[in-house]
Design a protein around this ligand. Sequence first.
Ligand code: G6D
Length: 346
Amino acid sequence: MKIKTKQLQNNWKVFTLTNINGVTVEVLNFGGILTKILTPDKEGRVGNIVLGYKNMLDYQHDPNYFGALIGRVAGRIQNAEFVLDGKTYRLKANEGPNHLHGGNTGLHKVIWNADPFEEEDKLGLKLSYFSKDGENGYPGNVNITVTYTLTNEDELIINYSATTDKTTVLTLTNHTYFNLSGDLKETIHQHHVTMDSSRFAQLDARLLPTGDILDVTNSTFDFRSGRALASGIHSTMDQHNIVGNGYDHYFIFDQKKPYAVVATEPVSGRVLKMKTTQPGMVMYTSNNLGSNALLNEGMSKNYLGVCFETQSSPASLHHDGFPSILLNADERYQEQTVFKFGTLMN
Ligand code: G6D
C-alpha cells in the first residue's frame, strides 16, 4: 500500500492511493476530483475505469464535472430559487433559468484541504472545506468533510459529513463517469446494470422533475433483473428522448438488496458494485458528452461513461414525495457510498 503526493501549479495537489492488490485511486484537491481509478480485468490486466482529462488544467473549466464532488446541492434547482422558513433564496442560474450542481463556483471548483492517511488494510484522503453563509446564495455556515478510503478489499468508500449553523439545503454527490471496459476500449452501451429500484422521477423538457414518480415495470427503466444500458440509449420513449437518448434520471431505491447497483462489462469481466445510505441516485449515461474533451485515452464521445450520482433530490424543494435535502443546525449530514471493484472471476 502506498500514497504518493505530487504538487502541481496554483496550489493543486494530486494524491495517488494504491492498495495491496494494485488498485489505484488518484485524487485532485481541486474539486475533490477522482481523476483515475485503475483496476484489473478478468485477465489481471490493469486499466483506467473512469473518464478524466489528459491535461489536469482542463479540469479548471470542465462542463462535465468529471470525477468531481458536487454541492452544496447536486442536481437541478428549478428557477434557481427555493423558499426556506418563509424566506425566498435566489441562487445563480447557471443552466438556463435553473441552478445546476451548486452553481458555476460550486464545490467542484474549490480547493479542498486534503489530509492523506494510512491505516491497517486501508488508506485514504480526508478532504475538508468551509462554505460560508451566503456562498453561491445558500444560507448557513457549513463545515463539510468528504473522506475517500481505499481498502484492501478493493472498495472505495466515500463518507460525506457536514454541519450547519442554521437551517439550509444540502445534498452532496460524486460525479465520476465509470467505463468498466478499461482505458475506454468500448462505450457503455453493453454495460449490464442491475439496480434495486422500482421508481424513477419523470422529467420535463427542461430536465426538471414534473413531480410525478413513475413505476419502472415493463419499461427500459426496469433494471431489477438487469439490462444493458443500450436499451435506454436506443429507445424512442419520450423520457429517453428528453435527455438526449439515454438516462439522466433520479431513481429511488427499494432498499431490498445489499447493493443498489451492480454493473458488469462483458469483455473485460469487470464488475462494479455500489451500495449507499442515500435514498436514490441520478444515473446519467453521458448522452451529451460531445467530442472535444481530450481524455487520458483519447477524445471524448457520447456514451463513454455512466454516472451513479447518489443523493437526495432537490425536487423536494418544489414537490412532495421526494427525499428531503433540508439540514437543520442541530443535525449532522452523514452519508456513505461504497464502490466495490472486482471481476466476474472473484
Ligand atoms: C447534463 O443533465 C445532465 C446532468 O445530469 C449532468 O450532471 C451534466 O450534464 C454533466 O447537464
